[in-house]
Ligand binder design. Sequence first.
Ligand SMILES: [Fe+2]
Ligand SMILES: [Fe+2]
Length: 298
Amino acid sequence: MGVIDRLSTASLRRVIDPDVDLPGKVGNGQVLPDELLAMHELAEFADLSSEQRARLSREEVASIVEAGLRFEAVLMAGFALDLVDHPDLTHPEVVYALHEIGEETRHSRLFSRLLGQLAPTAQNPLARFRPIEMRLIPHLIRRPATLDVLVLGGEEIPDLLQKRACEHPDTDPFLRQVNRYHRAEEARHLSFARAVLPQRLSSAGAFDRFLVRHVVPRIIWGDVRHDRTSRRLLHRRPSGVRHVEARQPHALEDRAPARGDTAHRDDAAALRGVPARPRPEGVAATRRRRPPRGPDTP
Ligand SMILES: [Fe+2]
Ligand SMILES: [Fe+2]
């Protein structure tokens, strides 16, 4: 049984319906502890009352949940579009994509409920750019390699944020449950994206490769750079980001792995199918010696 079949079996083993299995709600007060809030290191944070901190925590979680819900919608659209002209609808990748779509719809239903409970009032200043997004998204999701790298970047970053929230004892108990449930299913989605990326990259067209190398890194890393919470909480660059930053496969292989982190090897293997543009030896060596950029690197 291949990796993809095993992922489908794991998805079948326990189907979680959040309306049945996670019927709770967030408490009325602060849902994230002080140190996980974006403003925590600013001097102004000390002046906030407990009510203001509670409000801020709810707005921050709501902002992440809303972004997650919209991102899942983009992924589901991309997966569904891929099925429309897939040559073999019995292929294991098709079956797993249907599992993943099913799981994302359940996540999104839970996020929608959570959003209602958090009742945010802040306006997203970037919402005015949504018409532009709506024009760009169809071009991105029709490119399999681009979509796959977006999945890796877009799912790993929230996963790391949710991990930090899960680990903290002062996180709202229901929010911790939501994060645990979501992380368990997203782990399979990330495995699937890593499993199919080598083939998708090797068969990608020129425009797809261009998007992977030059556009997706800006989308993913740009989102993180503009999200102060993400910047502060991410201790390492997600493998989805590293995927798209590495212009040559061996650039990743040469990097020392983070403790317990094997994802970089998957990334390197995935990128092995990309023909690298030849570079002068000196340039390649300089690139390899340069330390990985941290979350605060401009
Ligand atoms: Fe999800
Ligand atoms: Fe997912």
